[in-house]
Design a protein around this ligand. Structure first.
Ligand code: ASP
Length: 440
């Protein structure tokens, strides 16, 4: 098949064309037309992906855990997974903090621009602060309490409560593991069948990915540019160094840290890893949601990289929910940048507080667009920086959200590959073999 018919190339082309269209549309004043006639296709694609996210997490985690066959194996794989997730997030945070302290992007923002930014995003700040206030008024153990839902239907009805679904799925999986096999069989068969149906639906949805990605990107660009695209270069000029610090950090994490880990702990080559990941990365970039990308992430890890179903169905849904290296890195850079811009010095204890808070915040961040900013407010409050400071960065947040989500997803798959390799459950697929298989 010619290269441009391959799924990931078609999505990449859609992404580039969508970007180009967005820029032209912003300058030509086609914002209304784009919102009415193009954005809906992106929204439909996004909704379809999110629609399958909850049943996918439920079905794949239940079957994944039940297939681990005993509690020892579950605690071994679970322990390994969580330890590596925490370690990679910690590395990301340290990279972010080092960069923002060395580059000092906050010193580049002129006073006049700072005032304008603060004024123009006042309204947005208020709504984010309200959401964050609810989070930060809680006791120290509240995140643990929040993990446990009191109603399955309630938890399943909100994509932001994916951690609840993970919890319910784990309970079910463990319960199924502990009852006699003949009694577990019917329910297990039901979940396995649900899993298979969801995977089929994902394949169908992904066929429309190029249209969806085009719609999402075109809409994002016209929205960000708004009615005054001429202001965008000025905004990028003032916040350019900040964006650069985040993007350099994400690039280091994606192209140095993960490849090093893969090299050390798996037989995967980079020629296998990156082409195998690219489709999930592009869907993450255009949807800004790890949860929406999860169906694609799972397919890519299994079909393209050879991660076993047993490991993928446990490690990836968990990772999409709790492992957000890109988000943590961004939160660390953003917190220090805001403090620098407002002229608030941060000593070592304050920076260590950022590491701890960002580690927790990245776990608690919902896998949906912009969730990272809400948790950033909580971090700012912990280090005594006025939360209204987020007004400074909201204007460029979308592009950073897209990029950090791509990093989040790459981190999840890297850890899945490492865990699979350590369990003897990684069978790398050669690029040649893969190009013979259709779709993902
Ligand atoms: N959009 C990110 C994700 O879903 C979360 C964030 O806002 O950082 O992975």
């Amino acid at each position: 098949m010619p290269w441009y018919r391959e799924a990931h190339w078609r999505i990449l082309i859609a992404l580039v064309v969508g970007l180009g269209y967005g820029v032209v549309a912003a300058y030509a004043g086609w914002g209304r037309f784009t919102a009415d006639w193009i954005a809906p296709f992106g929204a439909i694609f996004f909704r379809l992906l999110l629609l399958v996210a909850v049943p996918l997490v439920l079905a794949s985690l239940v079957t994944g855990i039940a297939s681990l066959s005993d509690l020892n194996k579950l605690s071994r794989i679970g322990g390994k997974t969580i330890a590596i997730y925490l370690a990679t997030t910690l590395v990301a945070l340290l990279i972010g903090l080092t960069l923002v302290n060395v580059m000092q992007p906050g010193r580049m923002v002129p006073d006049s621009v700072r005032l304008t930014l603060q004024q123009s995003y006042q309204g947005d700040v208020a709504s984010r602060e309200e959401m964050a206030a609810a989070v930060s008024e809680r006791g120290p153990l509240q995140p643990l309490v929040d993990m446990v839902p009191d109603n399955i239907i309630g938890a399943a009805s909100d994509n932001r409560r994916m951690l609840n679904i993970v919890f319910v799925a784990m309970l079910f999986g463990v319960g199924l593991m502990l009852i006699p096999p003949e009694r577990a069989a019917p329910l297990l068969a039901l979940f396995e069948s649900l899993d298979a149906v969801i995977i089929k639906i994902v394949e169908i949805v992904i066929m429309f990915a190029p249209i969806g990605v085009f719609g999402l990107i075109a809409d994002t660009v016209t929205r960000v540019a708004g009615d005054s695209p001429a202001d965008v270069p000025q905004l990028l000029g003032a916040l350019g160094f900040y964006c650069l610090a985040v993007l350099i950090g994400l690039a280091l994490q994606m192209f140095v840290v993960y490849p090093t880990l893969l090299r050390l702990f798996t037989p995967l080559t980079l020629r296998q890893f990156f082409p195998g990941m690219v489709q999930a990365q592009m869907v993450a970039f255009s949807t800004s949601s790890s949860a929406a990308t999860l169906p694609v992430t799972m397919k890519s890890a299994q079909k393209n990289l050879g991660v076993s179903e047993e490991v993928a169905s446990f490690v990836l849904p968990l990772g999409a929910t709790i492992n957000m290296d890109g988000t943590g890195l961004y939160q660390a850079v953003a917190a220090v940048f805001i403090a620098q811009t407002l002229g608030i010095p941060l000593d070592l204890p304050a920076q260590l507080t950022i590491v701890l808070m960002a580690l927790l915040a990245s776990i608690g961040t919902a896998a949906v667009p912009s969730a990272g900013v809400v948790m950033l407010v909580v971090i700012l409050e912990a280090i005594g920086v006025p939360a209204a400071g987020i007004a400074l960065i909201l204007g460029v947040d979308r592009i950073l959200d897209m990029s950090r989500t791509a990093a989040n997803v790459t981190g999840d798959v890297t850890v899945a590959a490492i865990v699979a390799a350590s369990e003897g459950q990684l069978a790398p697929v050669s690029p040649e073999t893969r190009s013979l298989t259709k779709g993902v």
